[in-house]
Ligand binder design. Structure first.
Ligand code: SF4
Ligand code: SF4
Ligand code: SF4
Ligand code: FES
Length: 618
């Protein structure tokens, strides 16, 4: 924390890069408090790292692969020290590539691999693993040691519908613990045991499914190896795709189309919707739909619910959005007293499943029992959402399976479908594929709120909102607040929140009676679904691609002819010919849900956690 002060002062010109030292015999300038690793990076000198992650200010010093040779000005002897933990000093001479440094780094990686289940050929992170990269960098050509008696005793947990934990591969970098505790404020993971037996596990060593985990998958996005991953369901998808009796129906979420291209060499944030449609055809998918369509439908239902609550003096306010299953899990597990504040509207994924097996099945004259709805989502929590008890009709799941963006990319690669060589194609389903710009921005934090404001304004005032881009709720801050003026309809106070740490703070304010908000959007993942736990992982980075993915969605919105959910002609048609009206009986039955108190007993803290908390506060 103290290292930040000189940097802040430096930003305001109070101090500059006033100190001098040497890296690999070249003079470098730096500021007080910077580590050797930070200075090396600032001067384009590569030092391998595994546990450190600058984006979240994380450097536990556990991997020891960042060793360098250090000689202080005042000393004659050299030391081999971890560069991520050692401050650069005036006159210090650092060597990153001596024979001794290379040997020590190599030995360190060899030790990590000796205590690591090396099934690299079959690992989910094959070819995308930070440990493999470092082993290559240090020139490790064979491993002399293996200690299965240690790693094989660690747990492998397949209990969760969303996330697999394989601690036989964990290198104890603690990035997952940090993300879950400090960023998400969920704090589901702890370090158990110590020494060689140390293991990351859910609190009280519970199976993940029964633990406090809310399935957001943010821990997966920082794991450098294959110790954390989504539950892979590609085999099931292939069974559906190759079964001639089954009618496969695919939907894909807004944020997938601006991220999956990263796996195929597209520019960051490029919208590959047309290529995805072509790829689905290549895979033999029968019906291609868009979750953006049901994002528009959700706005009709959720917006109407908000207006109904605002008119009813006994209604529960503020109302929270409910399209993020990570957030819904969080409320059910940690704040069940707020369940009535959640909108009852189902998420766009679930609304699509429900509409596909009723409305679309009728329109296309398909027996819904033969349909299998496959979702492509940026989200690990959506896998659990699809399996919720309420999302079944007559024994059939509304959404049969969920693949994350990463699984979808792997599926394409396994089937030899190269997204980059696809010609753009377009939707051909006349009932459930068209979408407005409002539906597209659901993938960003603030998008659901902006879409709702566009529609609620029209419904209450009779006029379209003047500034369609409601920038008051855009931006990166994890808490944004605005007031919407609905003329004679009054003023509505709204807020947009992302990360559950921020949500906790707000809930505490609401419970203390210190909030005047009426409507709140909450997304569990920082930035919203663009950085969901199922999106492509970026090595050595947390959310490095967030800005470009977000811009990708805003640019889709800008280019749409229709930019408000209520003006989507397919939405008008579904109400006219099937649903009746928002919040009507049919809508209520097919597009709304209820929630369950799943509160866990909070357990005691370990000594290690207590020390970490003291450290966090200091
Ligand atoms: S999925 Fe989310 S809540 Fe669960 S352990 Fe990972 S970061 Fe924590
Ligand atoms: S599970 Fe992954 S992120 Fe967590 S400590 Fe192990 S290697 Fe690091
Ligand atoms: S923000 Fe999006 S990706 Fe993250 S848990 Fe919620 S729905 Fe899933
Ligand atoms: S990166 Fe420095 S100890 Fe891990």
């Amino acid at each position: 924390m103290y290292a930040l002060l000189p940097r802040l002062l430096s930003n305001y010109g109070a101090i500059g890069y006033s100190m001098k030292g040497y890296i690999n015999n070249k003079e470098v300038s730096f500021e007080s408090g910077q580590t050797i690793l930070e200075v090396a990076r600032a001067h384009n000198k590569f030092i391998p790292t595994l546990c450190e992650l600058a984006d979240i200010n994380h450097r536990p010093g556990t991997c020891r692969v960042c060793l360098v040779d250090v000689k202080r000005e005042s000393e004659s002897e050299h030391h081999i020290l971890p560069s991520c933990m050692t401050p650069m000093e005036e006159g210090m001479a650092v060597l990153t590539r001596t024979t001794e440094v290379r040997e020590k780094q190599r030995l360190q990686v060899e030790m990590l691999l000796a205590d690591h289940n090396q099934d690299c050929a079959t690992c989910i992170r094959h070819g995308n693993c930070e440990l493999q990269d470092v082993a290559q960098f240090v020139g490790l050509q064979q491993t002399r040691y293996s200690f299965p008696e240690f790693y094989q005793n660690r747990s492998r947990d397949f209990s969760s519908p969303s996330i697999v934990r394989d601690m036989t591969k964990c290198i104890r970098c603690f990035r997952c613990v940090n993300i879950c505790r400090k960023l998400q404020g969920v704090d589901a993971l702890v370090c158990r045991e110590d020494g060689l037996a140390i293991e990351i596990s859910p609190r009280d060593n519970m199976p993940l499914a029964e633990s406090g985990c809310i399935s957001c998958g943010q821990c997966i996005t920082v794991c450098p190896v294959g110790a954390l991953a989504e539950k892979d369901e590609i085999e099931q998808a292939l069974d559906y795709l190759y079964d001639p009796e089954i009618v496969t129906v695919v939907q894909f979420a807004p944020a997938v189309r601006v991220a999956v291209g990263e796996e195929f060499g597209f520019k960051l944030g490029e919208n590959v919707e047309g290529k995805m449609i072509a790829a689905f055809r290549e895979l033999g998918v029968d019906v291609i739909l868009d979750t953006n369509f049901t994002a528009d439908l959700v706005i009709m239902e959720e917006g109407s619910e908000l207006l109904a609550r605002l008119k009813d003096k006994d209604a529960v306010l503020p109302m929270f959005t409910s399209c993020c299953p990570g957030w819904v899990n969080f409320v059910e597990k940690y704040y069940p007293q707020m369940l009535d504040n959640l909108s009852t509207a189902r998420s766009p994924q679930q609304c699509l499943g429900s509409m596909a097996k009723t409305y679309l099945a009728q329109k296309m004259d398909i027996d819904p029992a033969r349909m299998r709805v496959i979702s492509i989502m940026p989200c690990t929590a959506k896998k659990g959402e699809a399996g919720r008890d309420d999302f079944n009709h007559e024994g059939m799941r509304d959404v049969d399976m969920v693949l994350t963006t990463r699984e979808f990319a792997r599926l394409l690669k396994r089937e030899g479908v190269d997204l980059a060589s696809m010609e753009d194609d377009s939707f051909d389903n006349p009932w459930m594929s068209d979408y407005s710009g409002a539906g597209a921005i659901f993938g960003n934090s603030g998008g659901v709120m902006e879409a709702a404001v566009r529609t609620v304004h029209k419904v209450v005032t009779g006029n379209e909102i003047e500034d369609i881009e409601y920038t008051q709720v855009r931006g990166e801050s994890s808490y944004r607040k605005a007031t919407v003026d609905l003329g004679e309809g009054g003023k509505v106070n709204i807020a947009v929140i992302h990360t559950l740490k921020e949500a906790r703070k707000l809930i505490e304010q609401i419970e203390a009676g210190r909030s005047d908000l009426h409507f709140i959007e909450v997304m569990a993942c920082p930035g919203g679904c663009v950085c969901g736990g199922g999106q492509p992982v970026t090595k050595h980075s947390y959310q490095g691609n967030r800005g470009m993915r977000t811009s990708g969605l805003f640019s889709i919105d800008k280019k749409r002819k229709v930019r408000q959910s209520h003006n989507n002609p397919m939405i008008a048609e579904i109400y006219k010919s099937f649903l009746g009206e928002p919040l009507g009986d049919k809508s209520h039955h097919l597009l709304h849900t209820k929630y369950t108190n799943r509160q866990l007993k909070r357990t005691s803290h370990s000594m290690l956690e207590i020390w970490q908390e003291i450290d966090d506060k200091s």
